[in-house]
Design a protein around this ligand. Structure first.
Ligand SMILES: Cc1cc2nc3c(=O)[nH]c(=O)nc-3n(C[C@H](O)[C@H](O)[C@H](O)COP(=O)(O)O)c2cc1C
Length: 652
C-alpha cells in the first residue's frame, strides 16, 4: 500500500465502538510527550499511535543493542547500532504517515524541557528506571505546567501504574526523593511504584539484579502490559472519562500472580507502611550492592572450545568436576581426570568419578556432532584402572553437521531435589528412556505406592548411615556451599531440598563433628533432614529407576561407558520434560557391603549396609550391576543449582 492511500479514518476505524467518532477526532488532535524509547517507551509510542493520537514529542539518545532484544519494541537484527528514536519514528510513521512527530535525539534534559513539553496534553514517562534526576525534573515541570503525567513500570511480569494529575499530589510529595542519596532514591522509587511488591515472590535468580551496573531483569510481557495500561489511562485522561487513580493511589497488575492490587498510600513514602517496607528493602539493597556482579564469560571461539563449553556441563558426584582439558590442536585435545576416593566415601574405587567422566564424553560426542565432527576417545594407558588420561580426536563427519536433538538439553539438565508430581510416567516416556541407554543396559522401574514406600525405606536407611558417620561428615562439610543459590564448584545449600530452618540446623551442626553427634543423640538430629531429603522426595515422584548393565562391569572403560549411557538417559529425561534426582547412596553402601569393604569404623553402620544390600537386591529382583539409580517426575526445574567452573579454569 502506498502512503498516499493512507486514510486516518479507515486505519483507526476499529477503535470506534470503544470510542465515538468525536472522541477519535479528539485523540487525533492531542499531543503526547514520551521520554525514553527503551523498555516501555517504544511500546507506548506504537500503542498510542494505533489509538490514533496525532502528535508526539519523543526523546531518546540511545542506540539499539542486542541486550534490548528481549523486550524493546524495534529491537531486532536490522536495527542494531541504529538510533532508537529514528527506528521508532519510522515504525510509528509506518502505522500513521500523517503523524506529527517532534524528535529530541539528544534525550530530555533540563535545557530542553520547555520545548519537550510545549503544547503537550499528556506526559508518558518511559525513562530508564535508574534515571532518577531527570525523571524528577520532568514530573516537576509537568506539575508546574498543569500537564497530567503518568508512569507504567514493568515489574516482573506485571505493571505498576501511577498518575500525577494537575492540582493533586505531586511526584515529589509522593516519592520524597529530595535530599536522598542515589541508592536511597532508587529504592524509594521502586517501593513507591509498587507498594504491593507483587513481583518480589517469583524472582527466581536475584543475582541478575546488578544495582552497581544499573542492570536488572525484564520481560517483554511486562512492557506490553505497561503499554496497555498507559494507553488505557491516556485515553481516559485525554477524553475526560473513566476513573483514573491519581497518586497517592496506584494500581499494580501482575499477570504471573493473577493478582491486581489497588494501593493507597497517603503521604506517599512517608506513610508508615512505606517506611516499614523501605526498612526491609534497604537491608536487601545493601546486601545486593555488596554483591559481586555477574561475570560475563568469554564466548568460545573455536569448534574445540565450543565442544568443551558443552562438555563441562556434565554432572559429577557432588559437583566435583574431576577433569582438566588441554587443547593440543583443532582436532585433538586431552582430558586429564582424577578421582576423589581419598576424601569422598561416595567415590568407591573412583567409580563415581569415572561415571561422571563418561557423562562428559557423551556431551563431547553430542556437541562434536553438531559441529559436523565425530569424536573418538582413546585411553592413554588402557591397562590403567584409575584416573584415565583420555585423548580425544575430532574428525570431519561423512554426513553434514547434525543438530543432535539432545544438544540443547546439555545445559538445561540439572538435579531437582524437591518433591515432584506423583503422576506416573507414560509408556512413551519409558520407551524413550529405555532406547536412550542403548544396547548393553536395561532399566528397572520402581513405581506404584508400595514400591515407592520400599524405596523410601531404603533411602532412609542409607540416610541414617550417611548422616551419622564421621567419614561422610567430612564430605558434606566440604561440598555444601552455604547461603547461595548457585555454586560453580560445590552444591548450593538451597539446592539440597531442605527448608530454611533445617538448613540452619544443618549448617550449625556441620561446624563440628561433636555438634552432629550431640544433635543426633539428644535431639533426633537426622529426623528433619531425612524426612525432607529422603522420605518425601521418595514418595513424591513419578517413579524410581535403576540403569543396569547386562554384563557386570569390572574396568575403568566399562564405567566410562556406563556414564555415557547415564548421560543419554538424563538428557532424554530432560527432553521429555522430566526432572531427575540421582539416589546413589543405597547403591554405594550396598557395593561396599558386597565387596566386603569398610567405609567406616562404626561396626553397626557396616551391619546397616549389609541390610541395605539385602533390601536393594529384593527391590531389583536379585543381585544386579546397577550403573545409576534415581527418581524421575514432572515438575519445575530447580531454581537453585550447581553451575560449573569456567573453561578457562578447566584448561591446563
Ligand atoms: C555419579 C553421580 C552420583 C550422584 N549422586 C547423587 C546423589 O546421590 N544424590 C543427589 O542428590 N545428587 C547426586 N548427583 C548429582 C550431582 O550432585 C550433580 O550432578 C552435581 O552437583 C551438578 O549439578 P547439576 O547436575 O544440577 O548440574 C550425582 C551425580 C553423579 C554424576
Amino acid at each position: 500500500m502506498s502512503v498516499e492511500n493512507f486514510n486516518y479514518e479507515v486505519a483507526f476505524s476499529r477503535n470506534l465502538g470503544w470510542v465515538t467518532e468525536t472522541e477519535q477526532a479528539i485523540l487525533r488532535a492531542k499531543r503526547i510527550a514520551i521520554a525514553g524509547l527503551g523498555g516501555v517507551g517504544g511500546s507506548h509510542l506504537l500503542t498510542l499511535t494505533r489509538l490514533g493520537i496525532g502528535h508526539f514529542n519523543i526523546a531518546d539518545l540511545d542506540i539499539f543493542e542486542q541486550e534490548n532484544f528481549n523486550r524493546q519494541a524495534g529491537a531486532s537484527i536490522r536495527h542494531v547500532g541504529r538510533e532508537k528514536i529514528e527506528v521508532l519514528a519510522e515504525l510509528a510513521l509506518d502505522i500513521n504517515p500523517q503523524l506529527d512527530l517532534v524528535k529530541f535525539p539528544s534525550g530530555v534534559s533540563t535545557d530542553n524541557l520547555d520545548s519537550f513539553l510545549e503544547g503537550v496534553d499528556l506526559y508518558v514517562d518511559a525513562l530508564d528506571f535508574f534515571a532518577v534526576e531527570i525523571r524528577q525534573a520532568v514530573f516537576a515541570a509537568c506539575a508546574e505546567k498543569g500537564i497530567p503525567a503518568i508512569t507504567a513500570a514493568p515489574l516482573g511480569m506485571g505493571v505498576a501504574f501511577l498518575a500525577f494529575l494537575p492540582g493533586q499530589m505531586s511526584f515529589e510529595e509522593y516519592f520524597r526523593l529530595a535530599g536522598q542519596t542515589e541508592d536511597e532514591q532508587l529504592l524509594r522509587f521502586l517501593l513507591g511504584l509498587s507498594p504491593a511488591m507483587l513481583q518480589a515472590k517469583y524472582l527466581v535468580d536475584d543475582t541478575r539484579l546488578d544495582l552497581n551496573a544499573h542492570k536488572g531483569p525484564s520481560t517483554a510481557m511486562a512492557c506490553e502490559l505497561c503499554a496497555g495500561m498507559a494507553g488505557t489511562h491516556a485515553l481516559k485522561i485525554l477524553l475526560n472519562r473513566g476513573e483514573v487513580p491519581a497518586a497517592p493511589r496506584g494500581l499494580h497488575f501482575d499477570a504471573y500472580r493473577n493478582k491486581m492490587a489497588k494501593t493507597w498510600r497517603p503521604m506517599g513514602n512517608d506513610n508508615p507502611l512505606q517506611r516499614m517496607g523501605l526498612k526491609i528493602i534497604r537491608k536487601r539493597f545493601s546486601e545486593k550492592l555488596a554483591m559481586a556482579p555477574v561475570k560475563t564469560e568469554v564466548l568460545p571461539a573455536s569448534a574445540v572450545e565450543r565442544i568443551l563449553d558443552y562438555a563441562r556441563w556434565a554432572p559429577s558426584g557432588d559437583n566435583t568436576q574431576p577433569w582438566q582439558f588441554e587443547i593440543r590442536s583443532d582436532e585433538h585435545f586431552v582430558i586429564y581426570t582424577r578421582d576423589t576416593r581419598d576424601w569422598c566415601v561416595y567415590d568407591l574405587d573412583g567409580r563415581a568419578s569415572q561415571t561422571s567422566v563418561g557423562a562428559l564424553l557423551e556431551n563431547i560426542a553430542i556437541a562434536a556432532r553438531s559441529e559436523g565432527l565425530d569424536a573418538s576417545f582413546s585411553l592413554d594407558d588402557p591397562s590403567a584402572d584409575a584416573e584415565p588420561l583420555i585423548d580425544v580426536y575430532l574428525a570431519t563427519r561423512e554426513q553434514p553437521a547434525e543438530q543432535s536433538s539432545l544438544l540443547p538439553y546439555i545445559k538445561a539438565r540439572s538435579v531437582q531435589r524437591l518433591p515432584l508430581a506423583t503422576r506416573a510416567l507414560m509408556a512413551k516416556h519409558k520407551l524413550a528412556l529405555e532406547a536412550a541407554v542403548g544396547p548393553g543396559y536395561r532399566l528397572i522401574w520402581i513405581e506404584g505406592r508400595q514400591q515407592k514406600w520400599q524405596m523410601a525405606r531404603l533411602l532412609l536407611r542409607a540416610a541414617k548411615i550417611r548422616l551419622t558417620i564421621p567419614e561422610v561428615y567430612e564430605v558434606h562439610k566440604r561440598i555444601i556451599h552455604w547461603g547461595v543459590q548457585f555454586s560453580t564448584d560445590r552444591i548450593p545449600d538451597q539446592a539440597l531440598g531442605a527448608d530454611a530452618l533445617t538448613l540452619k540446623m544443618m549448617k550449625w551442626a556441620l561446624q563440628s563433628w561433636s555438634r552432629v553427634k550431640m544433635l543426633n543423640r539428644y535431639f533426633a538430629g537426622t529426623l528433619m533432614p531425612r524426612i525432607q531429603l529422603d522420605l518425601i522426595p521418595a514418595l513424591r515422584c513419578g517413579a524410581h529407576f535403576m540403569i543396569v548393565a547386562d554384563v557386570p562391569r569390572d574396568k575403568c572403560s566399562d564405567y566410562l561407558a556406563g556414564g555415557r549411557a547415564t548421560q543419554r538417559f538424563w538428557l532424554t529425561a530432560t527432553q521429555l520434560g522430566l526432572q531427575l534426582q540421582p539416589e546413589m547412596t543405597p547403591l554405594i553402601f550396598s557395593t561396599y557391603s558386597r565387596k566386603g569393604r569398610r567405609f567406616t569404623d562404626c561396626p553397626e553402620k557396616l551391619a546397616e549396609a549389609d541390610l541395605l544390600r539385602g533390601e536393594l537386591d529384593a527391590l531389583s529382583g536379585g543381585e544386579v550391576d546397577a550403573v545409576f539409580m534415581g527418581r524421575l517426575g514432572f515438575g519445575a526445574s530447580a531454581s537453585s543449582r550447581s553451575l560449573r567452573k569456567s573453561l578457562q579454569q578447566l584448561e591446563q
